[in-house]
Design a binder for this molecule. Structure first.
Ligand SMILES: C[S@@+](CC[C@H](N)C(=O)[O-])C[C@H]1O[C@@H](n2cnc3c(N)ncnc32)[C@H](O)[C@@H]1O
Length: 301
């Protein structure tokens, strides 16, 4: 996952692709069609996330469908970001979804997508800190995707999430674990050094830290019952060119964190340019890549 910072009010409104203005009925294929074009127009720090969300939609939707039923119920999407998963949950589980985020700017983006698909009856977005708890807005279920990585104390975090859900409900969590990243053949040495610098940067308090594998223990320590856990690999094996989406995706992922990496003395600008140019020069090649997230389902006793 990436290290975008969440600062209040820093994002402009998303610009729409005008050809989508008439597609104001939410269907998941409409959403996909919109995502396939609009990811380039969302604020830069969210482009990677929106693209990842679009690229992994099939397996995530199968996972959402496998959750217990919540017909007419309320699901809270905590740290909802652009709220794309909130839209998917409302559609696939026929329920109401309230998305909460601490970042007013990203909520503008979520609201814009909601208006575009005319879905404000079923999906609402509000500014909130997860630690403030659900108050009277207790839900039948909660979803937290790619949020745990931003917290220092995973057990305290899972206890906060639990406080949003009624007893008998469930919590669905998905997060990153870069320890499950496999690439074959190995990329050039300069690129591998850049990746090591990136992972070192990510191992700081707001990065990956192989959070995925730690969530089961944290949830159980917070008083939840673990009912499902899986490693979800996004696998590709194909002839890859220097300008293919996956190569751009990998470069973009690091460039977002680059200022911080340089500031932390983990890489110099020159080393980065060399790594990037060696990496690009290693294509075209047939490449196997497997990047995984961890998915968990907890019951609230
Ligand atoms: C990587 S994004 C993931 C967004 C969304 N869940 C998704 O999967 O597309 C993480 C989001 O969590 C939000 N976030 C992080 N910590 C939070 C907290 N303590 N309370 C509310 N939102 C939080 C950030 O503002 C950001 O929008």
């Amino acid at each position: 996952m990436k290290n975008h910072s969440a600062k209040v009010g820093q994002h402009p409104q998303v610009r729409y692709d005008s050809t989508m203005e008439n597609s104001n009925v939410l269907s998941l294929s409409n959403l996909d069609e919109w995502l396939s074009r609009a990811w380039r127009n969302v604020p830069r720090e969210y482009q990677w996330l929106v693209l990842q969300t679009w690229a992994t939609s099939a397996s995530r939707r199968a996972w959402i469908e496998s959750w217990p039923a919540v017909p007419g119920g309320l699901v809270v999407d905590l740290g909802c970001g652009p709220g794309i998963m909130a839209q998917e949950i409302a559609t696939l589980k026929s329920c109401v979804v309230h998305g909460y985020d601490q970042d007013a700017g990203v909520l503008n983006l979520a609201q814009s997508i909601n208006r575009l698909f005319d879905n404000a009856q079923r999906v609402k977005f509000r500014l909130a800190e997860i630690s403030q708890g659900g108050g009277s807005d207790k839900a039948n279920a909660a979803c937290v995707r790619f949020v745990a990585q931003y917290t220092d104390d995973l057990t305290a975090f899972m206890a906060q999430v639990k406080s949003w859900v009624t007893p008998g409900g469930f919590i669905a969590v998905e997060d990153v674990d870069d320890g499950y990243l496999v690439e074959y053949p190995q990329p050039p040495a300069a690129w591998r050094s850049a990746i090591e610098a990136f992972q070192q940067f990510q191992s700081g308090p707001r990065g990956d830290r192989q959070v995925g594998r730690k969530l089961a223990q944290a949830g159980v320590a917070a008083g939840l019952t673990l009912s499902q856990i899986s490693v979800n690999a996004a696998v590709q094996a194909e002839t890859t060119s220097p300008d293919s989406m996956t190569v751009q995706f990998d470069i973009e992922r690091i460039e977002q964190a680059l200022p911080g990496m340089i500031q932390a003395g983990l890489i110099t600008e020159r080393q980065w340019y060399e790594a990037r140019s060696q990496y690009r020069a290693s294509f075209p090649a047939f490449v196997f890549t497997s990047a995984a997230t961890i998915r968990l389902l907890f019951q609230v006793p």
